[in-house]
Design a protein around this ligand. Structure first.
Ligand code: M6R
Length: 628
């Protein structure tokens, strides 16, 4: 057996589409575990399982397919353990190594059947460990990388589970969030983390462990977020924290801010629709207490810089992926326009690998709803390494990016469950505008202009409410176009990122091939694709550049493409001669991305619904992309 430490500090990022839950307390463990797994369903998975420990024995039930089937299997099980146990672990697996079948599903038992574990992450040196185990006569039964870890833990076991876990983890290269138990030591769960989140919820007489806050919030708000290389030992005496050398450490208990209802669908058909409709409240929460009308500025104390610090920023670099990057693009325009400060936005993966030029005068803003996106996190580390001021803009409290940046702004948008990001985008844009305003006021933006902008930001929830009032009209437009297989979105200025975001929303939930372009770019190639089968959504809001985009929309029409226009209230005339029209409130250019994006979210939603798509869990997509 290879006994060397294989450089496990080499963080690579891990898929946390999988979900982990653990329970230790006085209530029926299997019920709490299955319910916790149901709450994490949105992450995407293809098999699930639970293991419970009772009367010195371990019972495991697992199943390919949905949680509902697992629940039925648990209910029907003749194993007393599952109905009487008050201690257990559960998992939803999204297959990486091996098919999504029962053998590969978690929890995994070791060969003796005395140790059981759930694992998120990837054990990169699993083949090497597996070969070492085989030499010791220990055979793995599944195709997974995970199973080797529990076999290794069992192999390392002498008389103490946490010592065996720490021993085994020193031999592992890769990423993990794990929870382990053994019938040699009933009354104990051991959890550990490296690169894959683990949160420990501290309830009254019970402890709930999970990879995602949504499984914990029904039980408690007090939580400990494990850091990389932390190990937690849960017993009837409480939770003790150790490092991987098994030396005691202490970690702060923080209050989780999301309530239970926020993570439930309620009367809405989909989480995505619920989250679209939550936007007035979400934006209100994102801006609450952060606007100073007297000084015409924003108060963002989490940024932790004084006006003097702000005045010394030489450039803003925004990094993010997907929808978050689009929000960053709106921010780029706002920083340049309001603060007169050079700003750039970059796909985080590009930033991390192209050896970017970063100076101590640069403010690097990392935008991430989840706060766990691998490329954005790596960009944060690169920027910190190069001495920049690094701030996070995250929704998930206590997420890795929020903790590693140490300064930044939380969105307070509440949990976003739908894979397609909606309320996070509009809140990200609102926060970007406030950041730009704050920095702008330390520079050239006069107080009265700052106040005017603050008032517009304050009105955002009402503007969004108005767009939501157009839901039925937008649905009617959507139903006309649901059968198309291609679509284009065009816009300029502040609406260019919105065109990109509109196309992203449509493609990810409806599977229609949709592309967003700067309106001027159409003529440089994409126009060749236009025909009566390629609808074009033209963002013709009343902002600078509208007339030019109007010309581009005419060019589309001349190629027989149906054109859906988005126009400002009071300016409906621009839609004359086009096929369909969506009206949004008239507002300044930097404000327009938010109501416009909401209209495009509804359009995408209703098209996907008309096509019968799985809106909340689109194929192949994960809520958090924590692999490269
Ligand atoms: O959690 P993050 O904001 O870092 O996620 C970034 C992207 O993966 C995410 O925005 C993705 O593009 C969404 N599915 C878009 O709806």
């Amino acid at each position: 057996m290879d006994g060397t430490c294989l450089g496990f500090r080499d963080w690579k990022g891990v898929s946390i589409m999988c979900g982990i839950v653990g329970y230790f307390g006085k209530r029926n463990a299997s019920e709490i575990l299955v319910d916790g797994l149901r709450r994490m369903e949105y992450r995407g998975y293809d098999s699930a399982g639970v293991a419970c420990l009772y009367d010195g024995q371990i019972g495991v039930v697992k199943n390919p397919g949905k949680i509902k089937a697992l629940r039925e299997k648990v209910d029907a099980s003749e194993l007393d353990i599952l109905h009487k146990s008050t201690q257990g672990i559960g998992h939803t697996r999204w297959a990486t190594h091996g098919l999504p079948n029962e053998i590969n599903a978690h929890p995994h038992l070791d060969a003796s059947g005395h140790f059981v574990m759930v694992h998120n992450g990837i054990i990169e040196n699993y083949k090497q460990i597996k070969a070492g185990l085989a030499q010791q006569g220990i055979a793995c039964v599944s195709d997974t990388d995970s199973e080797v870890l529990i076999q290794l833990i069992a192999y390392c076991y002498k008389d103490n589970l946490e010592s065996a876990v720490s021993e085994a983890l020193k031999k592992v290269k890769g990423t993990y969030g794990i929870v382990v138990m053994t019938d040699h030591e009933p009354g104990k769960l051991v959890a550990a983390r490296c690169g894959s989140p683990i949160v420990i919820g501290l309830g009254k007489d019970e402890t709930v462990i999970a990879s995602d806050a949504s499984a914990i919030i029904p039980h408690t708000r007090d939580a400990i977020y494990l850091e990389d290389f932390d190990m937690a030992v849960v017993t009837a005496d409480g939770v003790q924290m150790f490092d991987l050398q098994h030396a005691p450490i202490s970690r702060e208990v923080t209050a989780m801010e999301w309530d239970e209802d926020a993570a439930e669908k309620g009367d809405y058909a989909h989480f995505m629709l619920k989250e679209i409709f939550e936007q007035p409240v979400a934006i209100r929460n994102a801006i609450r207490g952060r606007l100073d009308f007297d000084m015409g500025t924003a108060v963002l104390s989490g940024l932790d810089f004084s006006p003097r610090d702000a005045a010394q920023i030489g450039r803003v670099l925004v990094v993010g992926c997907g929808t978050s990057m689009h929000a960053g693009m709106v921010g780029e325009y706002a920083f340049e326009e309001m603060a007169g400060i050079p700003a750039e936005v970059e796909q985080a993966a590009e930033f991390r690998y192209r050896n970017p030029i970063v100076t101590p005068q640069d403010l690097v803003v990392a935008i991430s709803q989840s706060g766990e996106t691998a490329d954005t996190l790596a960009a944060v580390r690169e920027a910190k390494h190069k001495g920049a001021i690094v701030a996070g803009l995250c929704n998930v409290v206590g997420s890795t990016i929020a903790r590693e940046t140490g300064r930044g702004v939380y969105l307070h948008a509440g949990p976003e469950i739908g894979v397609a990001s909606t309320k996070a985008f509009t809140c990200q844009v609102a926060v970007m505008l406030m950041m730009a305003l704050k920095i702008a006021r330390t520079r050239r933006l006069p107080r009265h202009e700052g106040e005017k902008l603050s008032r517009w930001i304050e009105r955002l929830p009402d503007l969004v409410e108005k767009v939501l009032g157009e839901n039925e009209a937008i649905k009617a437009v959507a139903q006309k176009y649901a059968d198309h297989e291609n679509a284009f979105f065009i816009g300029r200025g502040y609406l260019f990122p919105v065109a990109l975001e509109g196309a992203l929303k449509l493609k990810e939930i409806s599977y229609i091939h949709a592309e967003g372009y700067h309106a001027a770019e159409l003529k440089h190639g994409p126009i060749a694709l236009l025909s009566e089968n390629t609808p074009v959504v033209a963002l013709l809001n009343n902002i600078p550049g509208k007339d030019k985009t109007l010309g581009n929309a005419e060019e589309c029409k001349a190629r027989k493409a149906p054109v859906i226009t988005v126009v400002s209230e009071g300016d409906e005339g621009v839609a004359d001669g086009f096929d369909d029209m969506i009206v949004i409130p008239d507002c300044p250019p930097c404000i327009a991305p938010i109501p416009t994006a909401v209209a495009l979210q509804l359009l995408a939603y209703h098209i996907a619904a008309a096509r019968g798509c799985e809106i909340d869990q689109p194929r192949n997509l994960a809520k958090s992309v924590t692999v490269e």
